[in-house]
Design a binder for this molecule. Sequence first.
Ligand code: THU
Length: 136
Amino acid sequence: MSENFKVELLLDAAVAAREKAYVPYSNYRVGAALLLEDGRVITGCNVENAAYPAGLCAERVAIFKAVSEGRMKFRALAVVTANGGSPCGMCRQVMREFAPDMPVFIADVSGNVRRTSVSELLPDSFGPEDLGYPQP
Ligand code: THU
């Protein structure tokens, strides 16, 4: 895939993050890796909870980790699951808040990769501008 960064490295980081997933209930491991504007990579995994809704998806863990460290400019996101599952609606909305046009690489553990983008995953979206706020 022709990008101005190494997609493979981002996918490797997501694969490693996936190993950390805490998934006693679904056993569905998800790893995410977020490439920041400055080249740093922030990872996330899904973290479940006995009170099911208290758990959080890997993508949001990665994005919230970045934002909590003062980083809001994102270049790309990689997501790895066993079967190449697509990000959930809430994660798409959170991606859209910070990076409406960011490329998203969705991969399975066999190395099949699909390139999409936040705007493709969440077309005709609602965002900060709709409330009169600038893009963060
Ligand atoms: N999950 C994610 O981590 N990301 C998604 O976009 C879809 C779902 C997690 C949540 C839960 O821990 C498990 O996958 C099964 O839904």
